[in-house]
Design a protein. Structure first.
Length: 576
C-alpha cells in the first residue's frame, strides 16, 4: 500500500528527522507544484536516501531490496517499458503467484504505482514493492535491459535469416562459392555477425567460438578465461555466418577442408577491435574461433596488472637494467604478452630503440618497431633477430622462443649489451630457466644472460557487487593447509566469494588479475643453471631465497579477499 505524502511527513517528524516548521514551509511552497515531498527533502539535503528508505521500511513494513540476491526475469522486464522504468526509477524484478515484484525508491509515487498496476494486470497479478536506493536500481536496470535488448536483436536477426533461407540445414548442403558469397552478403547475416561481436565485447569476452554440432550450432564466449554458451541458433544461419567471417578475414571461402588463419578490424559503437580468426574442419563442418583485441581499451601498465608491491618493484628494477634477459612462461592466455607490452611501454622513450618480432603482432604501439613473422617471406624469429642486431637496438622483444636457434641468438643478444624480453612454454619459473638449456643453449651462457625468470597465471577476481563471507569445503581447506599463510596463522582465515548477481551474470567473478612466480637470478641460482642441475634443485634454492610459488601467490590473493581458494586450486598446480 503506498504511503501518502502527509503521512510521510508525520512519520519523519515523529522520528525527529525534520522539524515541524520545516515540513509546513515545504507544504506551503509546494502547494501548487507536482513535486514529491521525498524529492524536495532529498534535493534540499534535509534527509538522506538511506534514512528515507529506513523510515519507510520501518513504518510500512516494506522489504529492503538486496541487489546481491537479485533474481531479475526477462518476462518482468518485457512487461515494463524501459522509458517508464527510467522516468520513475523503478526496476521490475520477478513474478510470484500473485504479484509482480518491483524495486522502487519512493512508494509515495502514486502515478508510478498506478501504471505498474496496469502493467501487472495484463498478466493477472498485483504489484509488490521492495525498497531500493536509486543507484542500486539504475545500475541493475542498465545491465538488465541492455542484456534483454541484445538478446532481442540477435533473436530477431536469427529469425530473419532463417526465414530468408527457408531453414535449410548446413548438414544437408555443400553450397558452391557463389551461393556462399551470396549468403555472406545478406543484410541479416551482416547484422548478425556485427551484433554477435558487439554482444561479446559488452560481455567482456576475449574469444568467440562458433562450433557446429550434429544437431545444433553452438556459439560460445570466453569470459574471464572460461567458455560460456551464448547462442544456439538453428543450422540455417551457419553457412552465411561462416562465409561472412571468412570473407572479412581474407580467407578462401571455397576451401572448407583445411585450416586457415586471417584477421580483420571492426568498429562497433565507440570501440575499435582487431579480430584474429582461425578456422579448422571438423566432422560436422568448419569451426571458427575469433580472438577479440579491443584497441580502444588498450592501456597496458605494470601497475594495472595487479602485481604485489614486491613483484612490481623487482620488475621495474630489472627491466631498467642496461642488458640481460627477462623470460616469462605460462600457458596460452595467461597474459604473458600483456606483461611484456607493459614492460616495453614503461621503457619507451625517445632515447631507446625498441624492436619486437611477434607472431602475430597483437597491438601496434607508437615509437616501437614491430615486425610480423612471415615464414613465406623467410621472416622467422631467428632471421628477424639477426637483422635486429644490425639495427642498433637497445631493447628487443621476441614474441616466443620456439627453437634452439632462436634461443641461442636471444641469449647472445642479452650477453652483448641488449635487454631482451621473451616468452617460453614451461610450467614454473625454475623449469623456465632450465628449458633453454634443454633446447640446446650452453648452460653457462644461459646462466649469464638471464636476469629474471617468471611464471604467470591469470586468476578470476571476486565480483565486487555480490561479495559474501563463506567457509570453503573441507577438501579445499585441506588442499591449502600446507601453505604457511594458512598453517602458521593463529586465526581462522576469512574468505569471501561472489554469490552471483546481474553484474557478473551469476558467475560470482568479474575480471582477472595476474599472479607471478618470480625468480630473480642470484649468483647461487646462476651456478646451478650453469652446472645444468635439475629444475627441482633450482626450485628448492629459489624458495629458500624467498621466491613465492604460484600457489602461495594465489593464496595471498585469496586471503586479501581478491579471489577464492577454489579459483587458485583450479589454476595452479600443487607445490609438491
Amino acid at each position: 500500500m503506498p504511503i501518502s505524502v502527509p503521512e510521510l511527513g508525520d512519520i519523519l517528524v515523529r522520528e525527529g528527522m525534520i522539524e515541524p516548521s520545516v515540513l509546513i514551509e515545504i507544504f506551503v511552497e509546494q502547494a501548487d507544484a507536482k513535486h514529491q515531498l521525498a524529492d524536495v527533502l532529498l534535493e534540499r539535503g534535509l534527509i538522506s536516501e538511506k534514512d528515507l528508505l529506513t523510515v519507510m521500511a520501518k513504518h510500512l513494513e516494506f522489504e529492503r531490496f538486496n541487489p546481491t540476491q537479485a533474481n531479475i526475469e526477462n518476462e518482468a522486464l518485457e512487461l515494463v517499458p524501459i522509458e517508464f522504468a527510467r522516468r520513475h526509477n523503478v526496476l521490475p524484478l520477478d513474478f510470484t503467484d500473485d504479484h509482480m515484484l518491483v524495486a522502487m525508491t519512493y512508494p509515495v509515487d502514486v502515478q508510478a504505482l498506478d501504471h505498474l498496476t496496469n502493467f501487472a494486470d495484463k498478466v493477472g497479478r498485483g504489484v509488490k514493492v521492495v525498497l531500493a536506493l536509486p543507484q542500486e536500481i539504475s545500475e541493475l536496470r542498465n545491465v538488465s535491459y541492455r542484456k534483454i535488448e541484445r538478446s532481442k536483436n540477435l533473436t530477431n536477426l536469427i529469425d530473419q535469416v532463417v526465414s530468408e533461407v527457408g531453414g535449410v540445414s548446413f548438414i544437408e548442403e555443400d553450397p558452391d562459392e557463389e551461393e556462399a558469397t551470396r549468403r555472406a552478403e545478406d543484410a541479416g547475416i551482416v547484422n548478425l555477425v556485427d551484433q554477435m561481436i558487439a554482444q561479446a565485447l559488452q560481455e567482456r569476452a576475449t574469444d568467440i567460438h562458433i562450433e557446429p554440432q550434429e544437431k545444433a550450432l553452438v556459439i560460445r564466449y570466453r569470459v574471464d578465461g572460461l567458455l560460456y554458451d551464448a547462442l544456439k541458433p538453428p543450422h540455417a544461419v551457419y553457412t552465411g555466418t561462416i562465409s561472412r567471417i571468412k570473407i572479412l578475414s581474407n580467407m578462401d571461402i571455397a576451401e572448407r577442408r583445411t585450416a586457415q588463419d586471417g584477421r580483420f578490424s571492426l568498429r562497433t559503437g565507440n570501440q575499435d577491435v582487431d579480430i584474429r580468426v582461425s578456422s579448422i574442419p571438423t566432422v560436422h563442418g568448419e569451426k571458427i574461433v575469433m580472438r577479440l583485441l579491443d584497441k580502444t581499451n588498450f592501456n597496458f601498465s605494470l601497475v594495472d596488472l595487479g602485481l604485489s608491491k614486491e613483484d612490481l618493484d623487482d620488475f621495474q628494477r630489472v627491466i631498467h637494467q642496461p642488458y640481460g634477459m627477462i623470460l616469462l612462461s605460462g600457458p596460452t592466455g595467461s597474459g604473458k604478452t600483456t606483461t611484456l607490452y607493459s614492460s616495453l611501454l614503461e621503457l619507451r622513450n625517445e632515447t631507446l630503440n625498441i624492436t619486437t618480432v611477434e607472431d602475430p603482432v597483437e597491438y601496434q604501439m607508437d615509437r616501437i618497431n614491430q615486425v610480423q613473422v612471415n615464414n613465406r617471406k623467410d621472416v622467422s624469429f631467428a632471421n628477424a633477430l639477426r637483422a635486429f642486431l644490425r639495427q642498433d637496438p637497445d631493447v628487443i622483444m621476441v614474441g616466443e622462443i620456439r627453437d634452439g636457434e632462436t634461443a641461442d641468438i636471444s641469449i647472445r643478444a642479452a650477453l652483448t649489451g641488449h635487454m631482451v624480453f621473451s616468452t617460453i612454454h614451461a610450467n614454473d619459473a625454475p623449469t623456465t630457466a632450465t628449458r633453454l638449456v634443454s633446447m640446446g643453449s650452453e648452460p653457462f651462457m644461459t646462466a649469464s644472460a638471464l636476469s629474471l625468470v617468471a611464471a604467470q597465471r591469470l586468476i578470476r577476481q571476486n565480483c565486487p557487487h555480490c561479495l559474501t563471507e563463506y567457509v570453503p569445503a573441507d577438501e579445499v581447506m585441506l588442499a591449502i593447509s600446507d601453505m604457511p599463510e594458512i598453517s602458521e596463522s593463529e586465526k581462522t582465515p576469512q574468505f569471501v566469494k561472489g554469490k552471483g548477481c546481474p553484474a557478473c551474470k551469476g558467475r560470482g567473478y568479474f575480471g582477472r588479475v595476474a599472479i607471478i612466480e618470480k625468480m630473480v637470478m642470484t649468483p647461487q641460482l646462476r651456478r646451478l643453471v650453469a652446472e645444468n642441475r635439475p629444475a627441482g634443485e633450482v626450485r628448492e634454492l629459489a624458495v629458500s631465497q624467498g621466491m613465492k610459488t604460484l600457489k602461495r601467490k594465489g593464496i595471498d590473493k585469496a586471503l586479501q579477499q581478491v579471489t577464492t581458494p577454489e579459483e587458485i586450486l583450479r589454476v595452479c598446480l600443487s607445490d609438491e
